[in-house]
Design a protein around this ligand. Sequence first.
Ligand SMILES: [Zn+2]
Length: 177
Amino acid sequence: MLAIWKREVISFTNHQYLVANIFIPMVICFAADRTLGKLVKWLRILGFDTKFGINVPANRFDAHLEKNRIVLTRTRAIKKQIRTHRLVFITSNHLDMQLRQVITEIGICLADTRPFSRCIHCNDPIVHVALEDVCGLIPDYIYETHNEFHKCLQCNRIFWPGSHFRRSLERIENLFD
Ligand SMILES: [Zn+2]
């Protein structure tokens, strides 16, 4: 798991201090330019908070992005402007190669991912919803054949593990071979 060791000084009495190494899981989140729509969708499928098409002039990226967001771009002009954020300059046109580049350069492992935990449209985390709460909101045959549903509270879309689910999981596992 991607994490950092942080050296922390803990006060446990008025005059005594303990210096400890604390293991802190690193929150991996991204911001991608408008040329990387498919990559953004798949990073969200993997569970990573990924902003898309940051709608500010490239020379103001730094001021508009949280400090820990990793910028993904294929645009040289943006690459030149980014000074205070970690950046991955995407070199391939192919989705699998793009994903592998991000995984390799950032050092992501399978344990860092949370597949299907985020809305691919809104980027918000999705929440579990009870069967009775989706009655009438989804096709009858889906309601009768599934018992696990999630919902995006931003766009109200309802998600369930369909046929694409297994194929996507296989694709994810292949990325980390
Ligand atoms: Zn949504």
